[in-house]
Design a protein around this ligand. Sequence first.
Ligand SMILES: CC(C)(COP(=O)(O)OP(=O)(O)OC[C@H]1O[C@@H](n2cnc3c(N)ncnc32)[C@H](O)[C@@H]1OP(=O)(O)O)[C@@H](O)C(=O)NCCC(=O)NCCS
Length: 165
Amino acid sequence: MIVQSESPENIQDIRDLITLAFTGAEHSDGSEASIVDGLRADGALSVSIVAINADEVVGHVAFSPVSIEGVGAGFYGLGPLAVHPSYQRGGIGTKLVRAGLLRLQSLSAAGCVVLGDPDYYSRFGFKCDPALRFPDVPEEYFQCLDFSSAPRHGVVMYHKAFYGK
Ligand SMILES: CC(C)(COP(=O)(O)OP(=O)(O)OC[C@H]1O[C@@H](n2cnc3c(N)ncnc32)[C@H](O)[C@@H]1OP(=O)(O)O)[C@@H](O)C(=O)NCCC(=O)NCCS
């Protein structure tokens, strides 16, 4: 299994993988692959990591800048994260997230936020913090991980690609 940054030849495979992984997912509206395309097109796909097994893209994770109270604060959002259904629960998602978080730290990121299952993401150190809010979502589903001690508080917004723009 190779875990590395995306390259241009992975782009269609990433699209297909994300579509497959999210098909039937309860929380999915089917937009995840186009979100990643929108981020890439806008130069906002800051970190994009693939897991490749025998030349097949079997996992992918994206990270993009978020704003806090409308201001870029060196924070990034994790997601979407997708693992091929035949390879799930084999540690690939964990490897992708860990690789992505290391990459963010190498970019001097201040921190990362994630919207998703708290049980899954807490293993990476993500925690709920009432100082960072994401509207219209139960608060336990929105977590953050700080890489610095810089103060931050307010409402978090993802890149416009997440809002269909
Ligand atoms: C969620 C997902 C990325 C996890 O990837 P994975 O490679 O299967 O996960 P890992 O093998 O690294 O982790 C397995 C652990 O996570 C847990 N886990 C796996 N999928 C989970 C899920 N959907 N919710 C909660 N926990 C989950 C397993 O119980 C396992 O726990 P353990 O280590 O204590 O046994 C993958 O299941 C997937 O692509 N799902 C469909 C798309 C999706 O929902 N993406 C996340 C939302 S952005």
